[in-house]
Design a protein around this ligand. Structure first.
Ligand SMILES: C[S@@+](CC[C@H](N)C(=O)[O-])C[C@H]1O[C@@H](n2cnc3c(N)ncnc32)[C@H](O)[C@@H]1O
Length: 207
């Protein structure tokens, strides 16, 4: 836990929701982190935590982990989660956390809401959704678990769909979009931008 976050939590008698990562190579001990065993939902690039905390409040019997690389956004999320026992925040690069820190078959559902689209062709390689990323997501998902993806970028949407179609470990469905709004979801909706949703459900490859 960063010192200032810890002392802030201490001063206000609020438990910190930030995960203190003890090792960058050992898998997370989720039971210890949450203090209980429950299905895990993970919000990748959770931003200010609006979506994460609203959903965690709606579904108290599941554990929610928000992963975000920007410190100020993690802190904002942690403040929103102060009264929610079922939320934890991890300041980390999402691909790394999924690949190296989440235990195999530990996640019931991932959310990837409005990932940075990097619209310029020369920046496409910075996009988070790649074949390797999908393969790490697949390993971390429980049987029949899924990832919900939302984007306002049509080109990125088709690219993600194409990558998912070439991975036999996923069935493509339509996400149940009866979900709380995220900050960017709200912004795009107010602008009237078309929002595309995808659900990639883990399936066993046909033998
Ligand atoms: C466009 S915002 C969307 C935030 C939130 N999901 C929402 O819908 O309001 C993208 C967020 O993902 C974070 N992000 C981008 N790439 C990331 C990565 N590789 N690992 C962790 N966070 C990342 C950014 O810092 C930013 O907060």
């Amino acid at each position: 836990m960063p010192a200032d976050e810890g002392s802030l939590a201490h001063r206000r008698h609020v438990p910190s929701r930030l995960v203190a990562v003890e090792s960058l190579t050992d898998r997370l001990d989720l039971d210890k982190i949450f203090g209980r065993r429950a299905p895990l939902h993970v919000d990748l690039g959770c931003g200010d935590g609006l979506f994460l905390c609203a959903l965690a409040q709606r579904v108290p019997d599941k554990n929610f982990l928000g992963i975000e690389r920007l410190l100020n956004r993690v802190r904002t999320s942690a403040r929103k989660a102060a009264t929610l026992d079922n939320v934890r925040l991890l300041r980390m690069e999402s691909s790394y956390a999924v690949r190296y820190l989440l235990p195999a078959e530990s996640v019931e559902r991932f959310y990837l809401l409005f990932p940075d689209p990097w619209p310029k062709r020369r920046h496409h390689r910075r996009r988070i959704v790649t074949p390797d990323f999908l393969s790490s997501i697949h390993s971390a998902l429980q049987r029949s678990g899924s990832i919900y993806i939302a984007t306002d970028d049509v080109d990125y949407f088709w690219k993600i769909k194409e990558l998912a179609e070439s991975n036999p470990g996923f069935a493509i469905g339509v996400a149940d979009v009866d979900l709380p709004q995220s900050k960017f979801g709200r912004i795009f909706r107010e602008r009237g931008a078309p929002i595309q949703w995808l659900e990639l459900r883990k399936v066993s490859p046909v033998k």
